[in-house]
Ligand binder design. Structure first.
Ligand code: ZN
Length: 77
């Protein structure tokens, strides 16, 4: 599990891992409207914003993901 420690030891790296494993850069989907026109922002809490005019939903990648209900320590064991 040494490799998992290397990945999850840094929360920022863990976030990047989530991003790469769940969504590809061009396949991020808005959890509210399902649109795929997503813009990155500089905000930490909601780094993504839906570009659909009637939506404009802000969200992070952890929302609605399978990882949400899990904790990293349980994965690292
Ligand atoms: Zn949307």
């Amino acid at each position: 599990m040494a490799q998992a420690h290397a990945v999850f030891g840094d929360p920022r790296l863990a976030s990047l891992w989530l991003e790469k494993s769940i969504w590809n850069d061009d396949r991020i989907i808005c959890p509210k409207c399902g649109g795929d026109r997503i813009k990155r922002t500089n905000e930490r809490k909601s780094p993504y914003r839906c570009r659909v005019t009637k939506c404009r939903h802000r969200f992070s990648l952890k929302i609605g993901s399978p990882m949400e209900a899990q904790t990293f320590p349980s994965i690292i064991g």
